[in-house]
Design a protein around this ligand. Sequence first.
Ligand code: RM4
Ligand code: MN
Ligand code: MN
Length: 424
Amino acid sequence: MPIDARLIEDHNEQQFNAHRRRFDFIATDIVDADAVVQKLAAFNIAIPSWALGTGGTRFGRFSGGGEPRNLEEKIEDVGLLHALNRSSGAISLHIPWDIPQNYADIKALASHYQLKFDAVNSNTFQDQLGQALSYKFGSLHHVDASVRKQAIEHNIEVIRHGVELGSKALTVWLADGSSFPGQLNFRKAFQRTLESLQAIYKELPPDWKLLIEYKAFEPSFYSTTIGDWGQSFTLANKLGPQAYTLVDLGHHLANANIEQIVALLLMEGKLGGFHFNDSKYADDDLTAGSIKPYQLFLIFNELVEGMDARGLEHATGLGWMIDASHNLKDPLEDLLQSVEAIMIAYAQALTVDRPALVQAQEQNDVVRSQEILQQAFRTDVRPLVAQSRLIAGAALDPIGLYRSLQIRKGLIDRRGDRTVATGL
Ligand code: RM4
Ligand code: MN
Ligand code: MN
């Protein structure tokens, strides 16, 4: 463990009385608070290997210190997070930013920190050094069959890495699109994408999922070939039972009703995974819950309702991941904040008075429906989340402990202050 368990125990002892007071105060008002706490303790959110360094914009990148220099150090960083909150027990790799050199060593390191390997991600949105053909005009939708073949083979290669590591899903996000009207035949581009995905789908191990991520805009400015949930859903349906849609919160046009999208995808059995982040304008990749916490709660409200309706385990029924970028904050502190925000939204959704909501909906009682949702949203459930950490052996106040142990300073001392992690 990257943090001595005794340090966490000491920290929790110091905080315990204040925590207990806050927890008892709230727990009396929550129906079956223990069951809620157990569900929270079981819930884990994967950390992407590309979010451990300082992100940038196209205007610049202001590197923080002590960024992980290689995959081993990235695993160590996720291990740190997991030790602090016990809710970050998986890492998601982006290939070729993070190619494992020795599978056995990497797996041993991950299990040392009690981490699993979440979905593996392919990258056909950048050209790599020495790559034969360019993705300037797309990859799986490309007009040239040899470019498509290269991109298909890359995805199959990514599956092979994932199989070695014990991953169970491939996430495909394409930058394929067009920036000017007339550039692309939409119908043919979509058809070519489907055929390329079919070639990849054929190579999936039987217990794997193919997660198809959509995005409305960027880097293409006029059209994106998998631009919305309808397009992803159509592809997933045509591909077969192992293909699902992945929802990244930042990939919608402004004001899209994401909670409704989630509800319908779940109902159709085609929601496969989630990328959490928050945004004000576009794919800002900000800390989850930092701008629109009510929306995050409403999404979780649909997730809980829809997963329960299908009998899915909350913790394992879908792939949960953060997909964020950190321009200003220490990435590890930012990730701790995101995990906390996700847990809070989940806890609030678990405390919604569901029978009362159903009744209010059946009676068209609009006022009561809103009251019920906002009652849950406005309840301070943070002591429940803290309690779930306590029983899991994590820190009551992860960021407080991270700061008091001066973890970033230790990373800078060991890695240097000019290191740059691969990723965005
Ligand atoms: C994209 C998308 C993908 C991620 C890349 C790095 O916008 O969100 O999930 O793989 O960024
Ligand atoms: Mn994403
Ligand atoms: Mn994105």
